[in-house]
Write a new protein. Structure first.
Length: 227
């Protein structure tokens, strides 16, 4: 299979890349920092320097993928951006960056890769949200930009699932709970999460390959803790 993973150089994304490679799949890794990926010696890894804040950079990544393959089986929109500040202190630029990475980039990348989706078999788009963006879940001060953007990607998932269902494409969203990543440390300094990036990656790996057989347009909480 051909897989696209954003935010592939650290945390859950990095562990996902290794999972897919070990299973024999080709992985297109979109990230600004290629150094961790360059340490992986594997013929099926395709690392693309990509800034999700730049339309030009995303267009370049899409062009590269289209030249390499004629179909994509799965896109995992995993990259995330977070600012932890009181609501009244968050600048417009900070708000824009969070929404650009967490909402606009998944929207645009998926749109631009549509010609490659649903070709050989049903494709699966997996958007990674957060329990912070899950309706009715506990919310935390300082995370208004992040949590609201994760609510937005959940809403986008439902819209795309309806719009793309006749194109042999399923779209689902995983609202993940606390995982011991660098981003969690930014949001909750000192907090020890119950799951490692590898453990969550194992779950997402399995869901990405099989979840679309059972779900479409679903926002699924994946959490054993609060946060």
């Amino acid at each position: 299979m051909n897989i696209v993973v954003t935010g592939a150089s650290r945390g859950i994304g990095f562990e996902l890349v290794k999972q897919f490679l070990n299973a024999g799949h080709t992985v297109f890794c979109l990230t600004r920092n290629l150094e961790p990926l360059n340490a992986i010696i594997h013929s099926n890894i395709k690392s693309i320097s990509t800034d999700l804040n730049s339309q030009e950079s995303m267009n370049s990544a899409v062009s590269f993928i289209k030249k390499e393959v004629t179909h994509i089986d799965c896109i995992i929109n995993n990259a995330g951006s977070l600012v932890n500040k009181p609501y009244e202190s968050i600048s417009y630029d900070e708000l824009q960056k969070v929404y650009q990475v967490n909402v606009f980039a998944p929207y645009y990348l998926t749109q631009q890769l549509l010609p490659l989706l649903g070709k050989k078999s049903k494709s699966h788009v997996v958007n990674i949200s957060s329990m912070g963006g899950f309706q009715g879940s506990a919310k935390f001060a300082g995370l208004s930009a992040y949590s609201s953007s994760k609510s937005a990607i959940a809403g986008l998932t439902e819209c795309l699932a309806e719009e793309l269902k006749e194109k042999n494409i399923s779209v689902n969203c995983l609202a993940i709970g606390a995982v011991q990543t660098e981003m969690l440390a930014e949001a909750f300094p000192g907090y020890q999460a119950p799951l490692s990036p590898l453990q969550m990656a194992e779950y997402i790996f399995d869901f990405a390959l099989k979840g679309h057989q059972y779900y479409n347009g679903k926002i699924l909480p994946v959490s054993s803790s609060t946060p």
